[in-house]
Design a protein around this ligand. Sequence first.
Ligand code: ATR
Length: 262
Amino acid sequence: MKKYLVIGKPVDHSLSPQLHNYWIKINKINAIYDKKDLDDTELKDLIIDIKDKKINGVNVTVPYKKKIISYLDELSEEAKITESVNTIFMREDKLIGHNTDIKGFELSVRDTNFDIKKKTILILGAGGVVPSIIYALNKMEASQIIVSNRTKEKALYLKNLFKNITIVNWGEIPNFDMIINATSVGLKKYEDLKLDLSKAENKFFYDVIYNPSETNFLKLGKKFGNKTINGKMMFIYQAHLSFKIWHNVEPKINDEVIKIVS
Ligand code: ATR
């Protein structure tokens, strides 16, 4: 039986096992997908287990998407540019790191029919998922990408990876067509970004968070008549792409699958 894992710290909240195990069952694949809370010091042993084929594929989440890179043999172009790996697989005895968050984000936006081309996008946050979002926005030809993060240095670091982004101070809200919450604020129901977004009207509010399904950020967006979407489809699409890489099967995204994440 093949074994797959999602690793992170914490990883308890991850719905990846439910999703992957559902698809494994439906497609009658002889495999199991588990989650593992790891310390930094355990990464090395994990890599040995993959090389020994005791583990056949790994999803990587916070805080290891960048840290894992030094242990891998090769990176896809997307993983290289974003310095972010969420999917590991073996190819001809080499450990390959890939990033399916990018395409996951892209597909989730395309589903909404919101055309990113020539739009101004404001991203809140500069954590692990933001390089993937910027990469996707560039691919979809956004005209301007503005990043605002509480800790400005982290936003400035992103400018090394993507020269075309603009950084603004936390609390500053420039004009935008679409605003993305990529911070962890909202994971707890009562949390609030405490930003003045009252001037936003007829805009697009995207929250990477999908649990809870409606953060205060999205509630606020809705209140002022904006279009809103949470991170559910991004999460499903990134998993879908990892599944395809590992099993060479394209699993179905249907109501049952969406229910797992809702
Ligand atoms: P990491 O920073 O380890 O990559 P993450 O969950 O990917 O973790 O990112 C958390 C993001 O939420 C960061 O952008 C963080 O801002 P800082 O860089 O200033 O820490 C942001 N964040 C977390 N709590 C916040 C808060 N109370 N207000 C504003 N931003 C917050």
